[in-house]
Design a protein around this ligand. Structure first.
Ligand code: AMX
Length: 447
């Protein structure tokens, strides 16, 4: 039986407990018997260049192959969409089914999904002070500031922190309290996000939760957007959930949690990283680039020539083409492809979708000719804003908040497992420029 007293209705935690206990000996053996086995080397280029490609993080929640793209728990995006139980009347799985899958690696049965949905509803009560905190911010604050502040304000609710200070702290059981916080956070964050949207852009008029709906449908309902926005939400949150551990939002969350900071501290920090234009904010940048381009066209039809010119103008001004390039991927992001397939099915004639498709035809060639970006192909952000725009979410500074709701799933699954496997505080080693110069002259570090 679980050691945490909770009104828990699903068997998810017990399943997770069994998985964790079966997994721990693998990590312990690797550390004890093979701890000194070399798996990578670090070059000067990597030390200065953001640790690109250095293999020094471990996660089993997802893996990113440069040429294949993301696999969640060993499955590609099409496999995940095909194999997980679907929401009623929907072509996409529920987020709840995906949460079960991310945590355990198992495809849940319909009965297990329903249990998780019931537990999810139990956990989705957002304390009223969270809304007060958001309201206390200047209304023109970026919605990511509101989301991050809202999440951070819930820190006083942390069951992990209460347990840590209880005098009963036990390293082997710590994950159970991290899990409690992680699950509370994923259940609450869509409600905070929808609140921010309605508060900031819909005259502070709010739509209460519908307790009969799954997470994706409930989010669409609270946003006030009809079908198929429920499927857009399910697809969107699943696609944005995880991209292994090294990206800024996932890594920041992992890093902060490694100091035994709780899920609220850790994810608020992760969201702050997600808000950078080279990371999650790129989805808003894509829309802003497109709108600027259309304004310059002044009503003329977009075509390959004027799109190419606008892309070159951006590059020649020393700016990046938002939505293109990636630190790991070396092909079109399958998250881009999954969203493109949705567009081809549901909104093939949308003018903005057509423009995004036109950019896709010319941008990779231009980036190749430009010769800087290692990956000239589109990433997830090149396509996501267009879908939101089509369904009426035209306030593009909100797009990164949607990313943040999805990313909570992966980061919270990860920090639960981090605690379960007893990963220590993260602490890489710095060196000085002088040391690098000395090692460069010596042809490598000798001691
Ligand atoms: N447009 C123009 N130049 C680009 C470029 C793009 N889309 N992508 C990379 N480059 C440039 C880099 O700025 C860098 O230039 P520099 O040598 O003058 O500094 C050079 O190409 C080499 O960069 P890289 O090794 O290919 O990429 P990276 O790992 O350093 O950075 C990323 C990756 C995503 C930050 C970068 O491709 C980029 O800025 N893309 C545009 C922003 C974007 O879409 N971000 C979202 C990524 C997905 C996500 O996290 N949500």
């Amino acid at each position: 039986m679980s050691t945490v007293k909770e009104t828990v209705t699903s068997s998810l935690k017990e399943t997770l407990k069994q998985k964790i206990e079966a997994w721990r000996p693998r990590t312990t053996r690797l550390l004890k018997e093979f701890g000194k086995v070399v798996i990578d080397q670090v070059t000067i280029e990597q030390a200065i260049g953001g640790a690109r490609d250095v293999r020094c993080l471990v996660t089993d929640i997802s893996y990113l192959d440069p040429y294949e793209g993301i696999r969640f728990r060993g499955k590609t995006i099409p496999e995940v969409f095909a194999e997980l139980p679907k929401a009623r009347g929907s072509e996409y799985p529920t987020v709840e089914a995906f949460w079960y899958f991310l945590l355990t690696g198992d495809i849940p049965t319909q009965a297990q999904v329903e249990e998780v949905m019931a537990e999810w509803k139990q956990r989705q009560n957002v304390p009223s002070y969270v809304f007060d905190v958001i309201r206390a911010l200047p209304k023109d604050s970026h919605p990511m500031v509101m989301l991050s502040a809202g999440v951070l304000s819930m820190q006083r609710e942390s069951k992990f922190t209460a347990y840590y200070h209880s005098g009963r702290y036990n390293k082997l059981q710590a994950w159970e309290y991290m899990y409690e916080d992680a699950f509370d956070l994923v259940a609450r964050i869509p409600i905070i996000a929808a609140f921010i949207y309605r508060y900031k852009y819909k005259n502070d008029q709010h739509i209460p939760i519908d307790p009969n709906l799954d997470m994706g449908a409930n989010f669409a309902h609270m946003m006030g957007i009809p079908k198929p926005y429920d499927d857009v939400s399910r697809m969107y949150f699943i696609l944005h959930s995880d991209h292994e551990s090294g990206n800024v939002s996932a890594h920041t969350t992992h890093l902060v949690a490694s100091a035994l900071s709780d899920a609220y501290y850790a994810y608020s920090a992760g969201l702050n990283g997600l808000a950078g234009p080279l990371h999650g904010l790129a989805n808003q940048e894509v829309l802003s680039w497109i709108m600027e381009f259309q304004k310059k066209l002044g009503g003329a039809e977009p075509n390959k020539e004027n799109v190419s010119k606008a892309l070159w103008d951006t590059l020649n001004a020393g700016q990046v083409i938002p939505g293109y390039g990636h630190a790991v991927l070396r092909k079109t992001d399958p998250r881009y492809t999954a969203q493109r397939e949705f567009c081809l099915k549901h909104m093939p004639d949308d003018p903005l979708f057509k423009l995004v498709s036109l950019i896709y035809e010319v941008a990779p060639g231009i980036l190749m000719e430009h010769g800087k970006a290692k990956n000239p192909w589109p990433n997830v952000d090149a396509q996501s804003g267009v879908i939101q725009w089509h369904y009426g979410v035209r306030e593009w500074d909100f797009y990164t908040v949607l990313f943040g709701v999805g990313r909570a799933l992966g980061t919270m699954a990860n920090i639960t497992w981090d605690r379960a496997l007893g990963y220590p505080i993260e602490r890489p080693k710095s060196v000085t420029t002088e040391m690098l110069e000395q090692w460069a002259a010596e042809g490598g570090r000798k001691s």
